[in-house]
Write a protein that binds this ligand. Structure first.
Ligand code: SF4
Length: 320
């Protein structure tokens, strides 16, 4: 995950929820890393926050239930072998494979105001390939938008195996369903839209955001019946309120016997209650930053050990 700073509820119901499932189902030995070199591909001219953002992100990982005793967390730039494998893979990756990457043009168009006509940005899927195959990964948890990158990783791994030696397993995509949660303004929840409810939001900050949420536009007055199925507040109730309460709110909304203000207050209370253990852990980790740093150091050492062994095999295969 790129170190974009503190994470929001959309992350819990998208990537992080899936990461926790993979970690807890016992079949996987999971590696999760702070992709700080990837942050450079688009933030190369503004690097002040990358380190702090990485730490804030790891604290969120720990708070939501990712467990360093079960999974390995590390920082990409602390395992220099990633750069070496990236270099070797870049020698065997045809330019056309990168140029036809569908997200390349999309991202360039999306990130307006940033000059992304760089070698690093074009080549970031090669760095991703190195990140993945370094650990001989069986699978990579990704959203549907990342599928072309995994396909590219598979092609690069096959090409390496064909040219030099059968070293790398061909990784599978472990598809994560995208979070259905929208931001408080009804658009995709995103830091850049300033519409996100952060994992760290609580108390007044949380209440204010919930009370600012868009609802069914047809409900101008309390006596207007509402349509919960198109209301963003209701989609949060589905995740944070009991089945009984969801049912009750749905009926009350449609019969106009509950107002949006009350409905939002109940939601804010339910989110606060569900988030309490997460906030407790967050408070603990913010007061024990040294511990989070040690966790990362341990993870770095573990990742380095594997990366070293992989690179010995790679150098031998490439005869260099
Ligand atoms: Fe949405 Fe609740 Fe208002 Fe109905 S009562 S429109 S579910 S906020």
């Amino acid at each position: 995950m790129r170190p974009t700073g503190k994470l929001h509820l959309g992350h819990i119901h998208g990537a992080l929820g899936n990461w926790i499932d993979l970690q807890n189902n016992g079949d996987y030995d999971c590696y999760y890393f702070v992709a700080d070199w990837h942050a450079l591909t688009s933030e190369y001219n503004d690097t002040d926050q990358i380190k702090a953002n990485g730490l804030a992100m790891v604290i969120d990982w720990l708070s939501v239930g990712l467990n360093p005793n079960k999974s390995t967390f590390f920082i990409q730039s602390s395992v220099k072998e990633h750069a070496e494998l990236y270099l070797i893979l870049s020698m065997i990756t045809p330019l056309a494979w990168l140029e036809r990457n569908p997200t390349y043009k999309e991202m360039k168009a999306e990130l307006v105001g940033k000059d992304l006509s760089t070698f690093g940005f074009l080549g970031y899927p090669v760095l991703q390939a190195a990140d993945i195959i370094m650990y001989k990964a069986y699978g990579v948890p990704v959203g549907v938008d990342q599928l072309p990158h995994i396909e590219l990783t598979r092609e690069i791994a096959r090409r390496f195996n064909f040219l030099y030696k059968e070293i790398f397993p061909i990784p599978e995509s472990l598809l994560t369903s995208a979070s259905k949660l929208l931001g408080i303004d009804g658009r995709k929840m995103s830091k850049s839209y300033e519409n996100a409810i952060y994992i760290s939001d609580f108390g007044e900050a949380l209440n204010n955001k919930i009370s600012a949420m868009f609802t069914d536009p047809q409900r101008q007055r309390k006596k207007d019946p509402g349509r919960p199925n198109i209301c963003n507040v209701f989609s949060f109730h589905l995740l944070y309120s009991s089945a009984e309460e969801v049912h009750e709110i749905s009926d009350a909304c449609q019969s106009a016997s509950i107002g949006c203000t009350d409905c939002k207050k109940r939601l804010a209370g339910n989110i606060a209650q569900k988030m309490r253990p997460i906030h407790d852990r967050q408070r603990y980790h913010l007061n024990h930053i040294k511990e989070a740093r040690e966790i990362m150091e341990e993870g770095n050492a573990k990742a380095r050990q594997i990366a070293r062994l992989t690179m010995e095999e790679v150098r031998e295969a490439v005869k260099i």
